[in-house]
Each structure stands twice: as structure tokens, then as C-alpha cells.
Write a protein that binds this ligand. Structure first.
Ligand SMILES: Cc1cc2nc3c(=O)[nH]c(=O)nc-3n(C[C@H](O)[C@H](O)[C@H](O)COP(=O)(O)OP(=O)(O)OC[C@H]3O[C@@H](n4cnc5c(N)ncnc54)[C@H](O)[C@@H]3O)c2cc1C
Length: 449
């Protein structure tokens, strides 16, 4: 009989590792307390389907590696997003990233690209290889990383040393938030994200939900079961207790939950790392009566990253926050960065109204959201329901020297119990989460699983 694996949590991480294990002959069951997909979900707002959660698909080589390990063709039909990372409305002027030829900042942008270029060929290795210095490929990739970042620990330190113009530096700082942290606290690697991503910003033709469909199809084709609405209440050795009292035993357990949730399920104390929390968000999804006259992606950095960081550190709402606006036909998404306090915010909350008004003013579309036929708001309380207890999108924060590829490796918290997902792989966006599943799959193989 096949050995059985129980996966806790049906987000992208759990589904991906489930598919990889099922492809190697494991009998896989995924236990998901709500709907499969986790932060990646489809919601209907005003009669339109919205993909909530991730909206930008980057570093597609990681996804291709997942497909290669599964022996699958790519069902996603990834389409480049017009305008790449978007137009960044900095206090020093608007900056498109990537900066196109002919733009006054193109020369500086070329200098920036050249600085990051030695790292680009190694990025796939950093994202998909267990961080072990005895592995020659990882050693080479780490050497390339340190060759580019030099003595700088933080994204802010690296950017200052480059003496870019205030507008380009301000726009680049924004992408430190891919680590879920302000540039002063994010590893130097995150100052390089726009160069490493370049023009390769994608979305599947069928929307981000197509990624969820693909993972579910891969699981079903390999006989795996995805049990939705099945909350795990406790873990005792190899046994799970589900809501309602049902118990289940597996030869291998994989937690694809935030580590704090896992600790609670094991009856362990929840230890808060000293770095605090990564950010949460307030996301507004609006169905408009007419297409918004906006580019696909607009980015409004905070006016001052110091004020932004100070607010995040104490769990306060920043005066003006990092805001992303995605426009696609009648669909509009406004994503406001917020501290991970687990709070609920509605569209009428004064801070939300002020941030939306700032975005509308900056983008030249005052009152746009007032015209919406319907609006849905997801706030930290929503993200906390399935992820980190405060709603931190990328879990607990790590110090800059531990937050990059050389992160701590709590992959096996107990014999027979392994973990993947956002809270385990720093900067836990889709590339880190997919890459983390590949890393743990490899480690499991190496240990005879
Ligand atoms: C607004 C927003 C925008 C984002 N934008 C991007 C982007 O543009 N690009 C990008 O790459 N990434 C982006 N991300 C990040 C990306 O969505 C996440 O990193 C990724 O989806 C996390 O996957 P995960 O499987 O690690 O965690 P989750 O999706 O949180 O999955 C964990 C699952 O565990 C379940 N669970 C929890 N407790 C239990 C229990 N006791 N029993 C059973 N199940 C349980 C939860 O219900 C959940 O389904 C964004 C995230 C947000 C919120």
C-alpha cells in the first residue's frame, strides 16, 4: 500500500507540495479549513469575478521547475502584464519600472540593471535549492548574491550606496515590500527585485485563479484528496484531530500553515521572533460601471519611508501608505499596506477613505470608487483567519541577514512533521512558496520519504 501524507492547509504551498508528493506515489490528503487556495481565491463582486490575493506572477522559472518535476505541460498561458511593475508616483516624479529607453532615467536604470546582472542567472537556484553551503550550486549562487550586495545588509543601505536620483531610488525602495518589510529592514537582495524581474511580470490568461485550477487538477490526476471545510484542531504525533472529532493518521505530516498556527495545534508555546511582523493589507475590490482610465498597475509609495517604517513598527496606520492600484476593464483593485494587527477595516474607515482619496487624486480620477457598483474589502482580520495571527502576509519578520536565501531552516519541526509555506520561506510570495515546496520535496526525497 502507498505511504500516506496528510497536508495541513490547502493554500498554494500545501497544494504544490501535495502534487509533488502524489507524483512520487504518496497517497495524499489535503485538509483545508475553508476553501482550497488560501490567500489565492476568487470572489464575486458586482457580478464580476475577482482574483483576490496575488495579482503579479513573477520568476516563472520556479513554476516551470514545478511542472518539470510533475512531468506536466504548462496550462497557465502566462501573459506579460502591460507596463511591467507599473508606474510609480514618487514625490520626486513618476517612474515607470522597467524604465523604457528614451526616458530621462533610462541611463540610471541601465546602471542599476548592470549592477544586478551577475545575480540573475543564479536566482532560480536561490529560490529552489535547500540553503546549504556544502552544495556547490548554492555556494556559487550565494557568492553571486554577496558579490552584488557587497557589505550592505539592508535594501536601504544598498540603494544609498548607489547614489541613484531620488525618484528612481524612491521607486526601487517600494519593492523591498516584497519581503513584507520597509527598505530599512528588508535584506539588500530586495533592492534588486525590479532588476531581477525586469519586464517579466505575468498573469495567467485565465486570471490568477488558473494557478489554483492547475494545482487542483494535478492533485486530482494523481489520486490525491482535497478535503475542504476540514479544520485541523490538534496534532498529536502522527495523528490529526479534525473539527467534529474525526481523527486521521498518516505516515508523514506536512504543515502548510503559518508556524504560529502550527505551534498552537501542537500545544506548544507560540514564540514571537524578535523582528516583529511583516505587513498586512487592506484590499478593496470594486466593480466599476465603466473601465477605469488607468494603466494596469499604478504604485503610490509612501511619501516618507521613515514615517512608514515608524508606523509599521508600532502597529499604527501610516500617514500615507504604500498603495497598489490594479485596473483591468471594469475591475479595480486598491491594495493598501497596513500593519499586521489583525484589525478589521471597512470602506468607510477614515484611514481607508483618506488613502483611497490620495490614490484617486494622484492618479487623476477623483471619486472613482464612489461610482463602484459594488465593493468588497479584505483587511488584516481576514488574512489572520487563515494565516499569521496578526494577518501578516509574509508571516513573522526576520532580521535582514536571515531573511534572504540564507534563512533558518525549520523544515522539520519534529520527526514525521515537515513544514512549507509563506511563514517558512522569507518573502513568501508565490515564487518563494512554490520554490519552498520544491526545496522540501527534495529534502524529503533525500531522507527517504
Ligand atoms: C493582497 C495580497 C496580495 C498579494 N500579491 C502577491 C503578488 O502579486 N505576487 C505574489 O507572488 N504573491 C502575492 N501575495 C502573496 C501570496 O498570495 C501568498 O504568499 C501565498 O498565496 C501564500 O500561500 P500559502 O500556501 O503559504 O499560505 P495561505 O494561502 O495562507 O494558506 C494557508 C491555508 O491554511 C489553511 N488553514 C489554516 N489553519 C488551518 C487549520 N487549522 N486546518 C486546516 N487548514 C488551515 C488556511 O485556510 C489557508 O487556506 C499577495 C498576498 C495578498 C494577501
Amino acid at each position: 500500500m502507498n505511504r500516506s501524507a496528510g497536508i495541513l492547509g490547502g493554500g498554494v504551498a500545501g497544494l504544490t507540495l501535495g502534487a509533488l508528493l502524489a507524483a512520487r506515489g504518496w497517497a495524499v490528503t489535503v485538509y483545508e479549513q475553508g476553501r482550497a487556495g488560501g490567500k489565492l481565491r476568487r470572489e464575486e463582486v458586482g457580478g464580476l469575478d475577482f482574483d483576490t490575493g496575488p495579482s503579479l506572477f513573477t520568476f516563472p522559472e520556479v513554476w516551470r521547475e514545478v511542472l518539470a518535476r510533475l512531468g506536466e505541460a504548462d496550462p497557465l498561458d502566462l501573459r506579460p502584464l502591460p507596463g511591467g511593475l507599473g508606474l510609480h508616483h514618487t514625490p520626486h516624479g513618476a517612474v515607470p519600472l522597467p524604465v523604457p529607453p528614451g526616458h530621462p532615467l533610462h541611463g540610471e536604470w541601465t546602471r542599476y540593471l548592470a549592477a544586478a546582472a551577475p545575480l540573475r542567472p543564479h536566482l532560480g537556484t536561490l529560490l529552489t535549492t535547500p540553503p546549504r553551503l556544502r552544495d556547490p550550486a548554492f555556494r556559487r549562487a550565494s557568492a553571486a548574491l554577496f558579490g552584488v550586495t557587497g557589505p550592505h545588509l539592508s535594501a536601504e543601505g544598498w540603494l544609498r550606496a548607489r547614489h541613484f536620483s531620488p525618484a528612481l531610488a524612491h521607486a526601487l525602495r517600494t519593492h523591498a515590500l516584497n519581503a513584507g518589510l520597509p527598505p530599512q529592514d528588508a535584506p539588500a537582495l530586495y533592492a534588486l527585485i525590479p532588476a531581477l524581474v525586469g519586464a517579466e511580470v505575468y498573469r495567467p490568461a485565465g486570471g490568477m485563479g488558473a494557478l489554483l485550477d492547475a494545482l487542483l487538477a494535478f492533485l486530482a490526476a494523481r489520486g490525491a484528496r482535497v478535503r475542504e471545510g476540514r479544520e485541523v484542531r490538534a496534532i498529536t504525533g502522527p495523528a490529526l484531530t479534525l473539527a467534529g472529532g474525526e481523527t486521521a493518521r498518516h505516515d508523514l505530516l506536512i504543515s502548510a500553515l503559518d508556524p504560529a498556527r502550527l505551534a498552537a495545534l501542537r500545544g506548544r508555546p507560540v514564540v514571537s521572533p524578535p523582528g516583529g511582523r511583516t505587513v498586512a493589507g487592506v484590499a478593496l475590490y470594486a466593480a466599476l460601471p465603466a473601465p477605469a482610465p488607468l494603466p494596469a498597475t499604478s504604485v503610490l509609495p509612501p511619501g516618507s519611508f521613515s514615517a512608514f517604517r515608524a508606523a509599521m513598527r508600532v502597529g499604527a496606520l501610516p500617514p500615507d501608505t504604500l498603495t497598489l492600484v490594479h485596473a483591468e476593464g471594469h475591475r479595480l483593485a486598491v491594495l493598501l499596506t497596513a500593519p499586521a494587527t489583525g484589525q478589521a477595516y471597512g470602506p468607510e474607515h477614515p484611514w481607508v477613505r483618506a488613502q483611497v482619496a490620495r490614490a484617486e487624486r494622484t492618479l487623476g480620477v477623483p471619486g472613482l470608487l464612489d461610482t463602484a457598483l459594488d465593493t468588497r474589502v479584505l483587511s488584516p482580520v481576514h488574512y489572520a483567519a487563515g494565516g499569521h495571527p496578526g494577518g501578516a502576509i509574509y508571516g513573522a519578520a526576520l532580521a535582514p541577514w536571515r531573511g534572504g536565501p540564507l534563512h533558518p531552516q525549520p523544515y522539520r519541526p519534529a520527526p514525521g512533521l515537515w513544514q512549507v509555506g509563506t511563514g517558512v520561506h522569507p518573502g513568501g510570495g508565490l515564487p518563494a512558496v512554490l520554490g519552498g515546496a520544491l526545496i522540501v520535496d527534495r529534502l524529503l526525497r533525500e531522507t527517504g520519504h
